[in-house]
Design a protein. Structure first.
Length: 276
């Protein structure tokens, strides 16, 4: 898949994320849009995982720690053929498996997540198991910057460095906003690069909404032999929709009919501009 095709794919993903959030009348809109490019690159360029090999012990693992942004994950999994996209019409509906957080009842989901701070500890254990079993699979986990104050993250970070888990990559969706305020005003974790380095990790910082920068970072893994890697992905919450970008209200907001139509128009225009 070319860079242009990946950029187009991100826009299609964003259009579908909005479609199913509006259909469900629920969802974490801003954070799903901020991590779309990360998931796009992971599933279309990086991960050795597919509907066909999902039961294989040799597959790569992706664990979404920021589970509240499951809409982005579901849209990508549907696109990759893990389940029919029409299933997402039941998102957040009575008796549907497609709920507001990842569940292993949905094919393609590695772990139930949602309680923040759990993804990295689980990923660390899975990566350690891979080392012990002499497997070549890689483990990736996506964290939100708002969940980083959870102490379990830092316990896992210490353990991953101690066991030299260079088969592990954490990605931080650093969009700067959480549910009530900017992250720096709630519990400031900056400078992230210095903190992770102090905990024994190799660090790269990229524009997390630039597919070329993301590909380059993933292609250079592990950043240092014998160390776990972390990608600090600087993103824009609500990316792709002008009135949502960097706006706190869209953490958990659902567009009304007029807002939805405007968002789709903007994304269609972006698609046209890339295609020209």
């Amino acid at each position: 898949m070319t860079i242009k095709e990946l950029q187009q794919k991100s826009i299609h993903y964003r259009k579908n994320i909005l479609r199913y959030i509006v259909g469900a009348n629920a969802g974490h809109t801003g954070g799903s849009l901020s991590c779309t490019d990360i998931l796009n690159v992971l599933y279309n360029k990086v991960l050795n995982v597919s509907p066909e090999n999902f039961g294989s012990s040799d597959r790569d693992r992706y664990i979404q720690s920021k589970g509240h942004c499951v809409e982005a994950l579901f849209v990508v999994l549907a696109d990759k053929g893990f389940f029919p996209e029409s299933d997402l019409e039941t998102l957040c509906k009575y008796k549907s498996h497609y709920i507001g957080h990842p569940t292993k009842k949905v094919k393609g989901v590695e772990q139930n997540t949602g309680a923040l701070g759990h993804g990295l500890p689980i990923a660390t254990g899975v990566a350690l198991a891979g080392k012990m079993d002499k497997k070549d699979y890689k483990v990736y986990t996506l964290l939100g910057d708002g969940e980083l104050p959870e102490g379990s993250n830092w316990e896992a970070a210490l353990s991953a460095a101690q066991y030299k888990l260079d088969n592990l990559c954490a990605i931080i969706d650093k969009n700067g906003l959480q549910i009530t305020a900017p992250t720096k005003d709630v519990c400031n974790t900056d400078p992230l690069d210095k903190k992770w380095e102090a905990f024994g990790w190799a660090v790269k910082e990229v524009n997390g909404n630039d597919v070329e920068e993301l590909i380059a970072a993933f292609n250079s893994l592990p950043f240092e032999k014998g160390k776990p890697s972390v990608i600090i992905a600087n993103t824009v919450k609500g990316k792709g929709v002008s009135y949502m970008e960097n706006q706190l209200k869209w953490h958990h907001g659902v567009p009304n009919k007029e807002q939805y139509e405007l968002a789709q128009q903007e994304l269609d225009l972006s698609l046209t501009e890339i295609s020209d």
